[in-house]
Design a binder for this molecule. Structure first.
Ligand code: SAM
Length: 276
């Protein structure tokens, strides 16, 4: 098996994304009118349960004003903008997709948050930061794209201060194989799902102690059922980012959850002291 990084980059290549965003955001008014992170919430939260999930993760991780937060696999920057606005923290985002990083910078200029946020194109497996730089690291719906989990969690531990917190919100295997295509992978070639227990077994040896552990599958199933019942998706939505079939990819994740194949895990860990 390969690490699939080229395939993952290809899945998120999003050619012409910033231009598409400019076009759809014209509906909110002229380019120089500031937008709020909440206005972008249907478009820029690339994970199950959108803004609500980001807000809950921030609360569980106890993110407070002035903290330095790293969002690994930051997508087009929605969670970072929302957290900076609601928690008063500084957020750095890294993502392997250059078009996503460019779009994240563009949208952050549109919300007037350049002073609190920065985005970098880099791999989660080689974070371009010094040891012990961050108070909090977030990972939302990214781990399933990463084959080398041991290395991922070691890198996250390396850039966290001792006593800092790592909050993860991800899709996990639950009972059987996933059915593709899915929002993060159209085929199994770029999908590296683990069970919740195997995820914990990969995280703890990297130097973490568990603080919180939640199975959020039922909440996700309810959310997908409500989406299906509420008719056409809101506009703008993630179809602008990922293409017109995104609605089907998302609905397929909902089906995998309903069938008991996949689940949703939320967990927070504390970075153990490197001296102990
Ligand atoms: C489903 S999206 C989630 C984006 C964001 N966390 C959010 O919730 O809005 C997955 C993101 O992970 C990024 N990603 C996948 N593998 C990565 C890697 N090895 N290093 C950095 N980013 C990666 C993708 O480019 C994509 O932006």
């Amino acid at each position: 098996m390969t690490d699939g990084l080229d395939g993952v980059r290809d899945h998120y290549r999003a050619t012409g994304l910033t231009e598409r965003l400019k076009t759809v955001l014209a509906a909110f008014g002229p380019e120089d009118r500031l937008l709020t992170p909440q206005q972008l919430g249907t478009l820029d939260q690339f994970h199950t349960r959108g803004l609500a999930a980001t807000a809950e993760l921030a609360q569980l991780a106890d993110i407070t004003a002035g903290m330095s937060v790293l969002d690994v696999g930051s997508g087009i920057g929605g969670p970072a903008r929302f957290l900076a606005a609601t928690c008063g923290c500084q957020v750095t985002g890294v993502d392997i997709s250059e078009p996503f990083v460019e779009a994240a910078r563009y949208l952050t200029a549109r919300t007037g948050q350049n002073g609190q946020l920065s985005f970098h194109a880099a791999s989660a497996l080689e974070l371009p930061f010094a040891d012990g730089r961050f108070d909090i690291v977030l990972l939302q719906h990214v781990a399933m794209n990463i084959f080398d989990r041991a290395r991922l969690y070691r890198e996250i531990r390396r850039v966290l201060k001792s006593g800092g917190r790592f909050a993860t919100f991800d899709v996990v295997l639950r009972g059987g194989e996933a059915r593709y295509p899915l929002p993060w992978a159209r085929t199994p070639a770029t999908s590296f799902l683990l069970t919740a227990d195997a995820t914990r077994e990969a995280i703890e040896p990297a130097g973490f102690r568990m603080l919180a552990w939640q199975d959020d599958t039922e909440a996700a199933k309810t959310w997908f059922a409500q989406l299906r019942a509420s008719g056409p998706p809101p506009s703008p939505n993630l179809g602008v980012v990922m293409g017109p079939d995104f609605v089907e990819l998302a609905a397929n994740l909902g089906r995998n959850l309903m069938e008991g194949r996949l689940g949703i895990l939320t967990a927070v860990f504390e970075a153990a002291s490197t001296n102990s």
